[in-house]
Design a protein around this ligand. Structure first.
Ligand code: PEP
Ligand code: MN
Length: 338
């Protein structure tokens, strides 16, 4: 619900609208746009009767919600949200590159990747310490020792540390070591986990579920914001379709759709979408061209020996070549650049 006041509305008239909204159990907030005061009520316990609001003095217009999500909606927050996590900035026209291995394997591996990707212009270091694997016999990640290795590597090379939390019990320890908490595709609708990361003060990278609609992604983000954490970065990582040529089908249109519906930044993960390293370069450039706020790319010192997702991980030389093209294309996109 958004109430637009007349341009000259008085404090008394604005207060009356706020009291009326509070009467419906809503939590109104005030902003100004185009010379008018806007009063938005994102939550209400009982349905708000717009007739009652329309009859109040100084009210110009009343808009009922058109989307089920509220706090993440552009209707409530017209400007883009810009999220800073150490050296990584998401939104505001920049193209932020997060890169690193699928999983943290040992100190030498994560430090080596961090050195390489930082030198090429990446701002975030990725790497899983808790790995959601399809098979229970596959490498499950190093846990806290892995998080410590990631923190050291990120600090040594001036990168933001980005890693996944799979359960509520991992959140407190992850907060100690990370700059961005990742919620993986499989957990996009783990509502308890969403609320838990919503109670932290760390930016959350929320990946779209393989079978989720954009609206469901935004509602998952709403859980985090509603729990008190407004710093959510969305991530399109491909969805499951009938196509088998790629691991998932990258829904590139999700970027303009999300940009229209929401103020939150959105990045693309071309690695998990493609599943094959030879497609990662072009999909990254597509992400830049379509207006995404960044990418998260898997890079490994020796993909043939990677403990997970080697087939989609870039070699160092491939990542360097990619960053060269990203810089060139970024010049055409926005004044802020990479
Ligand atoms: C990951 O980024 O490490 C990962 C497991 O990706 P997704 O959750 O998108 O499958
Ligand atoms: Mn992976």
């Amino acid at each position: 619900m958004i109430v637009t006041m007349q341009p000259g509305a008085t404090l008394k008239e604005i207060s009356a609208v706020i009291r009326s909204l509070e009467g419906f159990g809503a939590q109104p907030s005030i902003s100004r746009d185009c010379g008018c005061t806007l009063i938005t009520a994102a939550t209400s316990k009982i349905p708000i009767e717009d007739q009652q609001l329309r009859s109040l003095s100084g009210v110009r217009d009343v808009h009922q919600d058109v989307h089920p999500f509220k706090k993440v909606s552009r209707d409530y927050h017209p400007e883009d949200t810009v999220i800073t996590a150490g050296p990584a900035v998401f939104g505001g026209g920049r193209f932020c590159v997060i890169a690193g291995p699928c999983a943290i394997e040992n100190e030498e591996q994560i430090d080596g990747v961090a050195a390489h990707v930082a030198a090429q212009g990446a701002k975030g270091l990725r790497g899983g310490a808790y790995k959601p694997r399809t098979s229970p016999y596959a490498f499950q990640g190093l846990g806290v020792p892995g998080l410590k290795m990631m923190r050291a590597a990120a600090d040594a090379h001036g990168l933001a540390a980005v890693s996944e939390v799979m359960s509520i019990s991992q959140v407190a320890e992850a907060v100690e070591y990370l700059d961005v908490l990742q919620v993986g595709a499989r957990n996009m609708q783990n509502f308890d986990l969403l609320r838990e990361v919503g109670r932290t003060d760390k930016p959350v990278l929320l990946k779209r579920g393989p079978s989720s609609k954009i609206e469901e992604l935004l509602l998952a983000a709403e859980y985090i914001v509603d729990a008190g954490n407004p710093r959510v970065i969305l991530c399109e990582r491909g969805i499951r379709t009938y196509e088998t040529a790629t691991r998932n089908t990258l829904d590139i249109a999700a970027v303009p759709v999300v940009k229209q519906l929401s103020h939150l930044p959105i990045i693309i993960d071309p690695s998990h979408a493609a599943g094959k390293r030879e497609y990662v370069h072009s999909l990254t450039l597509a992400a830049l061209a379509v207006g995404a706020d960044g990418v998260m790319v898997e890079v490994h010192p020796d993909p043939s020996k990677a403990l997970s997702d080697g087939r989609q991980s870039l070699h160092y030389v491939e990542f360097s070549a990619l960053m060269g093209d990203v810089r060139r294309l970024a010049e055409f996109r926005a004044p802020v650049g990479v």
